[in-house]
Ligand binder design. Structure first.
Ligand code: UD1
Length: 359
């Protein structure tokens, strides 16, 4: 590593998917720069934070902001204030943020206001619902980013159109790097249900905040002819008043608390199909050749649908779900898996940052 005053890069993240993706970005940046890793603490449960550091062999962050739960304004404001202080002390050469969370927004705004160039990893994704919390975050972060690192061609075209002054680099998706690195360590002896099963994850606010809808989805999953392994996100458990309420659905529902990243990959890899509202799980199913049903009104990861790997089923369409699962299980698994790069996105992000800073 070459050392140059002021050439540290601040990397801010704070939720489960960001801790996973930051593992690769931090390692790649660390080959050239001094990296100051900042974990906002937006996700603080062991399964959504500490376990991932351990499984992905990531050193603890340099700064832990302890932002925790709160309203969107509380979380964003806490990250904004606390990263602003860190920026004033460390004077980083750039701020790297990932995805679309309140932590992404707070850190990007703090940096932009201090005139520290913002690097947005996973730039250019869009949903049509402009007021969805994550959508609002990603549009604002793209708008204040100096360097936009995109995961795929459609995102590249979009940010080139929307932000002609930004530096746009199509790096590919860092989540693929993490997956390829982790695959050899996917636990062979992870506890699996005997025989075929569907793997399910549900956590997004659009579903969990509508408890009657969430209950209807759980009832449908419990009634499927194939067993369903459901990894329960703490938010989903909280919205249902505790995991016992989810356990009470019985039927074919096999309820587990949120699993580690390696177990999540293992459960996806061996599933007959996946039912999810997670962005990460949709792509992992696509890369691992497992048919996916996305329980949302839309997906940002359109290439997975175009490839024939993924089908969007709105959660209100309960009657379609059982039929869609049957079709998904029989779907040929022959799709092309390269829409989001080849697994070298972390290096490309680091090269793009070096290029931006003329390092
Ligand atoms: C979404 C949001 C993101 C937000 C997050 C909150 C989008 C595009 N992104 O990300 O901004 O921070 O929700 O959670 O809307 N996994 C486990 N254990 C499990 C289940 C999943 O390790 O029990 C792993 C998956 O293998 C995957 C990652 O977690 O790698 C996905 O994280 P998830 O919480 O589902 O977030 P996203 O939907 O990707």
């Amino acid at each position: 590593m070459r050392s140059r005053p002021g050439a540290s890069i601040m990397l801010c993240y704070g939720t489960r998917p960001q801790i996973i993706k930051a593992s690769v970005v931090r390692r790649a940046l660390g080959r050239t720069f001094k990296v100051l890793a900042v974990d906002s603490g937006q996700h603080y449960d062991y399964e959504l934070n500490g376990l991932l550091y351990r499984q992905l062999d990531v050193p603890p962050p340099d700064h832990y902001l302890e932002v925790g739960s709160g309203s969107h304004a509380e979380q964003t404001a806490a990250v904004l204030l606390r990263t602003e202080r860190l920026i004033a002390e460390a004077r980083p050469a750039a701020m790297v943020v990932i995805g679309d969370t309140n932590s992404t927004l707070g850190a990007a705004l703090a940096a932009a206001k201090c005139r520290v160039p913002v690097v947005h990893v996973e730039a250019g994704l869009r949903a049509t619902d402009a007021l969805m919390a994550e959508e609002l975050n990603r549009r604002i972060v793209d708008a204040c980013a100096r360097l936009l690192c995109t995961p795929c061609a459609s995102a590249t075209a979009r940010v080139r159109r929307e932000h002609p002054d930004g530096v746009v680099v199509e790096t590919g998706d860092v989540a693929r790097d993490v997956l390829l690195t982790a695959l050899p360590r996917v636990p062979a002896a992870c506890e699996f249900p005997g025989g075929s099963y569907i793997f399910a994850t549900l956590h997004r606010a659009e579903l969990t905040d509508d408890v009657p809808l969430l209950e209807a989805v759980l009832a449908t999953l419990a009634d499927l002819t194939m067993p369903v392994v459901l990894a329960v996100h703490p938010r989903t458990a909280a919205c249902m008043g505790g995991i016992d309420r989810i356990l009470s659905f019985g039927g074919g529902l096999q309820v587990r608390w949120a699993v580690g990243y390696l177990e999540s990959l293992a459960l996806i890899q061996r599933a007959s199909a996946v039912v999810t509202d997670s962005g990460g799980v949709q792509r992992e199913a696509y890369w691992l050749g497992v048919p996916c049903l996305t329980l949302r009104r839309e997906t940002e990861w359109l290439e997975t649908v175009e490839a024939g790997a993924n089908q969007v089923v709105p959660p209100v369409a309960q009657d379609q779900l059982a039929g869609a699962v049957r079709e998904a299980v029989d779907r040929p698994r022959t799709w092309d898996r390269d829409a989001y790069g080849s697994g070298h996105a972390g290096e490309r992000v680091a090269e793009a940052v070096a290029g931006l800073l003329r390092w």
